[in-house]
Each structure stands twice: as C-alpha cells, then as structure tokens.
Design a protein around this ligand. Structure first.
Ligand SMILES: [Zn+2]
Length: 95
C-alpha cells in the first residue's frame, strides 16, 4: 500500500503557469482598451491621481508629540489621555 502524497506532481505547476499567462493576457488587453478610450475622449484623461497627490503634499505633517501615542488598534495618533492603559498602546475606543 503506497499512501505517500506526490508533492512533486507536475500538474499543479502547469496549472499555475497557465493561469498566470491568462492573467497577463487579460491585463494587456484591458490596458490597451483603456488607452483606446482615453485617445477618443481627451476630457477623460486621468489627472485625478496627480491632483490628489498635490493635496496630500499641502497637508502639514505634525510629528507625534511626547504626550501622544500611536494606537495599535486603529493606528491613529492619540493623546495619552485617551490611552486605555499605561502599559498598552491602545486607545479607549479600541480596548
Ligand atoms: Zn484606537
């Protein structure tokens, strides 16, 4: 009775390669379709991303203060008064 599992079965590898190629082909066709659409309508040109980047750059970045901590639950910087416990970096909203 041979009950060993054939981990070296070549079928799975072949399947992965096939699906990867399919994905790449689909991506390529989608990209060309999008480019064609942009060519036909210049007002649809994707400048939104650049505008969003500009907005982010104009926001003042304030470094974390000594009386603040970063909550491990919501990853927001909170005042230490909102800390659930002194030995835990978790705010009162997340505890
Ligand atoms: Zn929190």
């Amino acid at each position: 009775m041979a009950t060993t599992t054939d981990y070296d079965a070549p079928r799975e590898q072949t399947t992965d390669e096939d699906s990867l190629e399919e994905l790449q082909e689909r991506r390529a066709s989608q990209t060309s379709q999008t480019l064609d659409g942009d060519d036909g309508d210049p007002t649809q040109y994707p400048v939104v991303d650049i505008e969003l980047l500009d907005e982010e750059l104009t926001v003042d970045v304030v470094p974390m203060q000594l009386d603040e901590f970063r909550c491990d639950g919501c990853f927001l910087v909170r005042h230490r008064a909102q800390r659930a416990a002194p030995d835990r970096a978790v705010c009162i909203d997340c505890c």
